[in-house]
Design a protein around this ligand. Structure first.
Ligand code: ZN
Length: 227
């Protein structure tokens, strides 16, 4: 079965970045696995919101969003939102996800410092997650001398063939998601803690993902690994 792995920093990032394409792949028979690196604990403006309740809500919301997109699995690594550090442990967790799910395609954050044509800072958790994901793909997951303790457990090295990076300043690959844009909106709506009842995500989607010719598109920087 063709397999993809989505690696996102926060609950809802993957839906924004690649929710349409992830739904299309699942519909086409792919196993689409998801990893979310942080716990989403900074995602509220409500000062009375208990921290543990928010973490639990965001976890439930991410599982529901993944269900709506036909995901094959979701693992939440639970690192603290806003404080993600590049570490051996983080790369190792992503290597483990790659070696266990054996994806041909990995979709993740472009680890660039600035986004939206240099008009904003790329969140630190996005940068760290993207960088760790790339390093997990190459060299770590494919080399038996990286994380040898996993290989000793029976997790064989794995070569990913292709990367799709969202929020890139240099997209070179476009996917027409017109047929599934409603599913993308439904998946975003699963994140009720982030988008209150008044949020018009359908209008937002029209604004954000509709191209000049009326189609809905997701754009990526695509890297096909030559080796
Ligand atoms: Zn995010």
């Amino acid at each position: 079965m063709p397999t993809a792995l989505v690696i996102a920093a926060h609950p809802d990032d993957g839906e924004f970045g690649c929710g349409g394409y992830a739904a299309m792949l699942a519909d086409a028979g792919w196993a689409v696995h998801w990893v979310v690196t942080t716990n989403g604990a900074k995602g509220t403006e409500d000062r009375a919101m208990p921290r543990e309740r928010l973490i639990a809500m965001r976890r439930e919301e991410q599982f529901e969003a993944c269900r709506r997109l036909g995901a094959a699995s979701l693992r939440m690594l639970g690192y603290e939102d806003g404080e993600l550090n590049y570490s051996r442990e983080l790369v190792g967790a992503l290597v483990r996800a790659i070696r266990e799910t054996r994806p041909g395609l990995v979709l993740t954050h472009d680890p660039t410092d600035f986004i939206i044509r240099d008009s904003f800072i790329n969140h630190v958790d996005h940068r760290v997650t993207g960088a760790a994901a790339l390093d997990a793909v190459y060299p770590a997951a494919r080399d038996h001398l990286n994380f040898p303790e996993q290989v000793a457990e029976g997790l064989e090295p794995w070569k990913v063939g292709e990367l799709l990076l969202w929020n890139s300043n240099t997209p070179n690959f476009e996917v027409d998601i017109s047929a599934v844009v409603e599913r993308k909106v439904r998946a975003l709506e699963a994140h009720a803690s982030q988008f209150g009842p008044g949020a018009d995500l359908a209008a937002f989607a029209r604004e954000r993902w509709r191209s000049e010719d009326g189609r809905y598109v997701e754009r990526f920087r695509r890297v096909v690994l030559a080796f």
